[in-house]
Design a protein around this ligand. Structure first.
Ligand code: SF4
Length: 406
């Protein structure tokens, strides 16, 4: 039996000054598009923005540029502190107070002088504080959060309690443009990317509400690799030794298959685990379920995964949502074995989770077992994923299921 726990937290009223908006705007030019210009390999990412049918100027950055201290890496904080003619080491205090101690008010940054704290506030700086509108708890321990952002947009995040792991599943965009046919989030129109600060504060808020987070998965609303820079920056912040110190092996970025961004991720100095939402062994079926496949078909996707593995030596996870009569037949399992033969991977078979407006039905437990048997007997490591959070629409593909998009 699920229950709603209505709660409100204090909303941030700090308005960034025009000067700082301009500074942030300049800084934000390091987004996906700039990276695309600098590296030919990322031209595909730029094309993906076009694929999403949006100009980066209109959806790639938040509508209000922020002076959010949560959104800054330690190096960026050092620049901020120096700009105020303060000692550089104070940046480390700010970073650790926000990310290790969970401080949410500039007034509580006690190592800073009162005068400096006042200056920061007067200049429009603030610490991100998502407004937790509601929390919904499933008897299995899963908790779903509805957060309101400073600009009024809403996102969801989930806390999963499983086998001693406390995993935060975070959103990376408001809505999603990828239109996967089995996913409730696809019905929520893409409005904008989240900032790194807004991604990190989902973890901060869940920690303040419940417990220390051990794992983070980027599997909430949105396609993480279409918000590449902010996602990578948030991984750096979550992993930092002066912050939460969540190991990169405990951070998983899941993508529907943005091949150029996967290749780019392989070249980074920090590389989280990679999960691919696959769901079909053939292009015809995958394009039907996931339109992104028309842009990056299976051969291109698996080639990108292969190059990722050459650079990282990491095992990749393929997620496969089991839909009755659609992708769950024996021939699908055998075709999947052939597709994945060259890849060092494991496959997660996930029951399809229902949501309003979706006609798909989950495969039976027996069918999933038979499918898993074909994979494992062919040497493909396979896990059947437990249903978690289904009663509160917090399971895979259900985020946004309670919404009516306007
Ligand atoms: S599965 Fe992921 S990429 Fe596809 S519509 Fe849902 S949130 Fe977007």
């Amino acid at each position: 039996m699920a229950f709603w726990e209505a709660r409100t937290t204090k909303k941030n009223n700090s308005a960034p000054t025009a000067t700082h908006r301009a500074q942030e705007l300049a800084a934000s030019s390091g987004g996906v598009l700039r990276a695309a210009c600098e590296q030919a390999d990322l031209r595909g990412v730029r094309n993906v923005n076009a694929y999403a049918g949006k100009e980066a100027a209109s959806f790639g950055e938040p509508s209000v540029m922020n002076t959010d201290l949560t959104d800054k890496t330690l190096e960026e904080l050092e620049q901020t502190v120096l700009a105020f003619q303060q000692k550089k080491y104070l940046a480390r205090y700010i970073f650790s107070f926000i990310h290790a101690k969970g401080v949410r008010q500039i007034s509580q940054l006690s190592p800073l002088s009162k005068a400096f704290r006042r200056q920061l506030t007067e200049q429009g700086y603030y610490i991100c504080q998502l407004n937790s509108v509601t929390t919904l708890e499933d008897p299995d321990g899963t908790v779903k959060y509805l957060f309101q952002l400073a600009d009024g947009n809403r996102i969801e995040a989930v806390l999963l309690n499983e086998s001693g792991r406390r995993t935060a599943c975070v959103s990376t965009q408001v809505g999603c443009a990828m239109n996967c046919s089995f996913c409730a989030t696809a019905r929520v129109r893409l409005r904008r990317n989240l900032t790194a600060g807004e991604i990190v504060d989902q973890v901060n808020t869940i920690e303040q509400d419940r417990c220390r987070i051990s794992n983070v998965v980027y599997m909430g609303m949105g396609e993480p690799l279409l918000n590449y820079d902010a996602v990578l920056k948030s991984v750096r912040i979550l992993n930092h030794p002066d912050g939460k110190q969540i190991g990169v092996r405990h951070i998983t970025v899941s993508t529907c298959g943005i091949a150029p961004a996967i290749r780019q991720l392989a070249t980074e100095d920090i590389r989280p685990r990679l999960a691919i939402s696959l769901n079909a062994p053939t292009d015809a079926l995958r394009t039907r379920l996931m339109p992104v496949n028309a842009k990056y078909p299976l051969a291109a996707l698996l080639q990108a995964v292969h190059s990722y593995q050459i650079r990282t030596r990491q095992r990749v996870t393929f997620e496969y949502v089991m839909i009755d009569g659609i992708n769950d037949k024996s021939q699908h399992a055998r075709a999947l074995v052939e597709r994945l033969r060259p890849v060092h991977c494991n496959v997660n078979l996930i029951e399809h989770n229902p949501h309003p407006g979706c006609k798909f039905v989950s495969s039976s437990v027996q069918r999933i077992g038979q499918f898993a048997e074909i994979l494992t007997s062919a040497g493909v490591e396979t896990t059947v994923r437990l249903r978690m959070g289904r009663k509160i629409n917090a399971a895979c593909g259900q985020l946004g299921a309670d919404w009516r998009d306007g």
